[in-house]
Ligand binder design. Sequence first.
Ligand code: PLP
Length: 356
Amino acid sequence: MSELPIKIKKTPHSRLSEIDFDHLTFGEQFSDHMLEVRYSEGSWRDPLILPYGQIPMYPAVSTLHYGQAVFEGMKAYQYKEDKVSIFRLDNHYDRFRRSCERVCIPEVAEDVFKEGMKALVEIDRQWVPKEKYKSLYIRPIVFASDQTLGLRASKNYRFYIICSPVGNYYSEGIKPIRLTTMPKYVRAVLGGVGDVKVPGNYAASLQPTTKAQQLGYTQVLWLDAIEHRYVEEVGSMNIFFVIGDVLVTPPLNGSILPGITRKTVLELAVKKGMTVQERPVTMQEVADFHRQGTLKEVFGAGTAAVISPVGVIHHDNYQITIGSDEMGPVARWFYDNITGIQHGEVEDPDSWCTLL
Ligand SMILES: Cc1ncc(COP(=O)(O)O)c(C=O)c1O
């Protein structure tokens, strides 16, 4: 257990019995407790685990106006021998810290983040779904809490961690999803904030994503902001192409979010002996490889969706269909191995899982 002095105020009324674990949606139900830590006068103070509930704030709180906030998305899983695993905690903390730095949020101390999260998940461990392919989604969030309309970095912040038992991210389950590019819009530009996890990125994606969905697609396939030719990523996933027997994904060029699942896929692929290329991929290439018959699979990778096959890509005046109506063998191999490691069924030689 943690060395950190975390105060704990447990709920007298657990809501666990109200949850239908057989029919979980994504991110709509929340576990009994949350972590709260406040920053003032230059330090993070008084970590507290308390019942999940409303948080008091004034309408002038600066994060509501200027969006100085950062979040993460990670998961805890039911592990063998009745343990619970948190996947790649170190990598998520590193990205969180980098995101905070980009928007002038003081670093949330490593032990506040990690020990606070472990203590919270421990208290709510009954909320980790027992069934494989379900999990407890963990959402750390930090935001500016000064009351001011002045545009400046806040002096006060609040850090929370909340948890949500989840099932599949897409309504398609693990059936192939449909992507379209949206020529009028971009997600991120070099030098901007596309490579960190700040809320504004997602707000800006809502209108194009809604339009894509009205056209019958699941998500937008984002292209580069300048030439609008290079594939970047999907709304909440990085993208992979299986071209012949080579695994190809766009490089981390500064406008793509460096996904932890992306990193996991690349590391597993190298171990498996696959040829891996992190290189720019144009839409023209995707269409050409498809026409030549060498585009074997396309899949997305992200914490929420795990591995998600892509069945259709629409761009400009063409639409390509990839594979059958099922996950392809390469995507399946990653899906089985990643979920296997997360649930303790496949060896975890690099200690990606933090066990509770
Ligand atoms: C824009 C974007 N790209 C990619 C990802 C995948 O990242 P990860 O695998 O760390 O969840 C996410 C999810 O966090 C995302 O929001």
